[in-house]
Design a protein around this ligand. Sequence first.
Ligand SMILES: Cc1cc2nc3c(=O)[nH]c(=O)nc-3n(C[C@H](O)[C@H](O)[C@H](O)COP(=O)(O)O)c2cc1C
Length: 207
Amino acid sequence: MDKKEEIPAKDYETGLDIARRYATQYLFDFYDILLHEILTTLVDRPATIMSLFEAARWAPSSYNNQPWRFIYAKKNTPYWDKLFNLLAEPNKVWTKYAAVLVVIIARKNFEHNEKYSITHQFDAGAAWENLSLEAYSRGLAVHAMQGFDYQQARTDLEIPDNFDVMAMIAIGRKWPKENLPLQLQETEQPNDRKPLTEVVMEGQFRK
Ligand SMILES: Cc1cc2nc3c(=O)[nH]c(=O)nc-3n(C[C@H](O)[C@H](O)[C@H](O)COP(=O)(O)O)c2cc1C
């Protein structure tokens, strides 16, 4: 099969509709939320934010080592600025409307023998995706970020050397695109994904 040939998506429905919804989230999810609304969702019912972490902690991992750790800060708490200040300026523009920020870290070695775990980052990736799918199923939105100061995160949050700093995520409530600053509205486009023909290979690597 020619690798450029498009496989019709309808032939490969996964049943995990939420994965597709996730893939069509726009950056404007967090650009403008009514802060009190999201706090009602996440603070008045504190189980909600913990429900997201609960989903994350059930991710599979090599030797069930569960290398992921989550350092979070809710808006209007003393911790917020600490995490927010780590972010690159372009990310601050829209994350300031988010309700929760999280730094995800991963323990480098297995706990049972302290040998290096080659999959610790892979495992933490599974956990964040679990979290994001749980969030979307609850009508919230999650956005991952690498645009922050990794070294400052290690220092400011006192993250020990045996953990890798993986990514930050912002959690909030989706809000209409029209609420974005005009400049950001213009750059907002739905994201697509590469076709299966480009990313799936039978038997061996195909250039
Ligand atoms: C690990 C990771 C880091 C990312 N870093 C940033 C970032 O710093 N700033 C940003 O605006 N988007 C960031 N993104 C968002 C991606 O650009 C986005 O997920 C991708 O373009 C697909 O879009 P979608 O999630 O809306 O489908 C990041 C995503 C991931 C998974």
